[in-house]
Design a protein around this ligand. Structure first.
Ligand code: CTP
Length: 153
């Protein structure tokens, strides 16, 4: 019998940890449904994404092992999603361990190990560091600009 797997997440700045999770899900069943958090739901969670919902959903939907993308707009929808889509397995990263055990009456609940050393939060931090220019470099840049200006005068 065919098995349906569902997962939930934001999937901002799509990275290798996301890809590995989705690949693992496709090995667990025949149909993979991904509920991608909407921008409004993220706001409710106090999370601000770099990439808007439409693009995050399009990227996740373009991954070969994903069969269907639905919006995640609330905490409560999991119960109705599982029933509506005839879900056999609810799977999510172990950062959520124990949080969704209440679904066990309806389907199997699995917490998967995360890929080490990568997260959207880490990527955002690296980007911030990459973009931040030190005071010393800024001073040097102004000196060069002053010299150029003098050359032009
Ligand atoms: N995930 C994973 N390995 C990672 C990062 C995420 O397996 N290194 C999984 C999460 O456990 C979750 C799914 O990918 O099931 C979507 O996670 P999401 O929160 O969108 O990604 P993070 O990179 O964890 O984002 P953040 O740092 O904003 O929490």
């Amino acid at each position: 019998m065919s098995k349906t797997v569902i997962t939930y997440g934001t999937f901002d700045m799509f990275h290798i940890g996301h890809l590995k999770l989705l690949r693992r899900l496709s090995e667990m069943g025949d149909k993979v449904i991904v509920a991608v958090s909407t921008d409004e739901f993220n706001e409710l969670k106090g999370k601000k994404t770099l990439i808007p919902y439409d693009q995050r959903a399009a990227i996740v939907g373009a991954i070969d092992c994903v069969d269907m993308v639905i919006p995640e707009g609330s905490w409560e929808q999991k119960l109705s999603d599982v029933k509506e889509h005839g879900v056999d397995i609810f799977a999510i990263g172990e950062d959520w361990k124990g949080k969704f055990d209440f679904l066990e009456d309806l389907c199997e609940v699995v917490y998967l190990p995360r890929t080490r050393n990568i997260s959207t939060t880490d990527l955002k931090r690296s980007l911030k560091r990459f973009l931040s220019i030190s005071q010393e470099d800024l001073r040097k840049a102004f000196e060069v600009l002053e010299l150029l200006k003098r050359d032009l005068e």
